[in-house]
Write a protein that binds this ligand. Structure first.
Ligand SMILES: *[C@@H]1O[C@H](CO)[C@@H](O)[C@H](O)[C@H]1NC(C)=O
Ligand SMILES: *[C@@H]1O[C@H](CO)[C@@H](O)[C@H](O)[C@H]1NC(C)=O
Length: 488
């Protein structure tokens, strides 16, 4: 009996060995197939729109890369076996790039607003020599369009695009989206005063000209603007043009000053503010070394929704270890706020005259667990990021109930706070704007958010073509589009 069993087990292990070998063989065959032949198996050419997510090995993004695998390299067999000399996606063969067509808008719409002067033919600065500076201070909060534009320019000469999500293409038919490089926030911040001898402000004039320019472009007419990206991060930027350019995807700070049919969370994208408080590098603090329990510094009396701040001030002002004060954003104000946030466990974010504020991103950079009291706030990349892992959300109606807020905050213990603090340190990179942009920072996260919306854009564009196909004479520019009612 025992012998027969042994024999049986022997057979079984032989069979297992065979199975493992077979699986290994199949796996290796699969990897070889993936690294060499796959694009030939999956024929993207039948589905033009699948170019959105065509892989880079299938679709060389730039002609100069193709020319590197020039015809002079040996015979055909060598070519198959030798890896391309300059494969941008070497580290990640499945890397997908968002292809962005960017208008060569005259410099008055972008870098000249920062004080840069165009030389020669190009409308763009040669950022390999010098990157024009963005005005400092609070202007920087809304500098989103500047970082996105720089990233597209950079994609044209970068040695490696590893960690990058978008590339600039010059043929609009090959692009997934069309980027409009109008620096709308700095245009509002710096040029919205009307000078004595002028009819309107430069900010107004630029917006008029932008509408004129866009609505006459082939790219705009083709999609009715639906595949265009326009950045209007300052809540008051693009005030005049937004009502005409609404079919486009806006990149905004929040929807507070937009009618829901002009901008909404389905069509548009929320980008973080660039925080003004410096990053807390080498943060060795812990629950006990941050003496202040709850911190808030800001304008206390605000118009519109800001009455909550005033109410909370009276509820919290006598609580122990709570810092709640007036503060302005002057230079010293920023330093004081940095000290305050670095030495607090929790930082309050209360709706001001808009649902969003830079304070949230300052708190994240300070690793001070944000307590968000803003019922209408929309947050960046929330489709992939769970803010409840590192933020506390409190409904306004609850926050205004007697001791509700302070009791809630006090009930959060060391372990839970530690977990959120650790998570803050993991996610803070998602909110960093920098040049050159790096993997997983705000610039890349924004492009990835755009990429996730591309299929929905395609669908809208296709639907809009249903009846126009056999009726070629009809203009499909935005002027002929009625204002939306139940839009999206
Ligand atoms: C742009 O791309 C389209 C589609 O791939 C192609 O048919 C067209 O020839 C290209 N245009 C230029 C100028 O390369
Ligand atoms: C196109 O459609 C519009 C609206 O349905 C119609 O008024 C117009 O006459 C059509 N034009 C042609 C050329 O069929």
């Amino acid at each position: 009996m025992a012998e027969r069993n042994a024999h049986f087990t022997g057979q079984k292990s032989l069979f297992c060995l065979f199975l493992v070998t077979a699986i290994l063989f199949m796996l290796s065959w699969f990897f070889v197939w993936r690294s060499t032949g796959r694009p030939h198996f999956i024929d993207h050419s039948l589905l033009p729109n699948s170019k959105i997510f065509a892989t880079i090995d299938n679709d060389n993004p730039e002609p100069r890369i193709q020319s590197d695998i020039g015809p002079s390299i040996g015979n055909a067999e060598d070519e198959v076996e030798a890896p391309p000399k300059k494969n941008l996606a070497e580290c990640n063969p499945n890397k997908v790039f968002l292809k962005v067509f960017m208008y060569d808008l005259p410099p008055e719409f972008h870098f000249e607003l920062l004080g840069w002067k165009a030389e020669g033919e190009s409308v763009w600065p040669d950022i390999r020599k010098k990157v024009p500076d963005y005005p400092s201070g609070l202007n920087l909060q809304h500098s989103i369009e500047y970082w996105l534009t720089l990233d597209l320019l950079y994609s044209e000469f970068a040695d490696s695009l590893s960690g990058h999500s978008a590339i600039r293409v010059h043929n609009a038919s090959e692009a997934d989206v069309v980027f409009v490089p109008f620096f709308s926030s700095i245009s509002y911040n710096r040029y919205s005063r009307v000078k004595p001898h002028e009819k309107g402000s430069k900010n107004k004039l630029l917006q008029e000209n932008l509408v004129k320019f866009l609505t006459t472009q082939e790219e705009w007419k083709r999609s009715g603007g639906r595949d265009h990206i326009i950045v209007a991060h300052h809540p008051n930027s693009l005030l005049d043009a937004r009502m005409k350019l609404w079919p486009a995807m806006f990149i905004l700070a929040d929807f507070g000053r937009y009618p829901p049919n002009i901008a909404n969370v389905d069509k548009d994208i929320i980008a973080p503010y660039k925080h003004v408080i410096k990053n807390f590098v080498n943060d060795l603090s812990d629950f006990d070394s941050r003496p202040t329990l709850l911190y808030f510094k800001g304008a206390i009396y605000r118009k519109d929704g800001g009455f909550v701040r005033q109410e909370l001030f009276y509820l919290l002002k006598d609580e122990k270890n709570v810092h709640f004060s007036f503060g302005s954003a002057q230079r010293d104000g920023i330093n004081k706020a940095a000290q305050g946030m670095h030495s607090s466990k929790f930082c309050l974010n209360i709706a001001g005259d808009t649902p969003s504020s830079n304070r949230l991103f300052d708190a994240i950079a300070s690793h001070c667990v944000p307590v968000i009291i803003s019922d209408d706030v929309e947050l960046p990349y929330e489709d992939v990021l769970d803010y409840s892992e590192f933020c506390i959300f409190v409904r306004t109606s609850d926050a205004l109930k007697g001791k509700f807020l302070i009791n809630l905050i006090k009930s959060i213990g060391r372990d839970e706070w530690n977990r959120m603090w650790k998570r803050l340190k993991e996610v803070e990179n998602f909110f960093e704007f920098q040049y050159p942009s790096k993997e997983g920072d705000a610039v890349q996260m924004i492009w990835q958010t755009v990429a996730r919306k591309v299929p929905a854009i395609r669908m809208k564009v296709h639907k809009s073509k249903r009846f126009s196909h056999w009726n070629g004479s009809r203009e499909r520019g935005p002027r002929s589009l009625p204002l939306p009612r139940n839009f999206w």
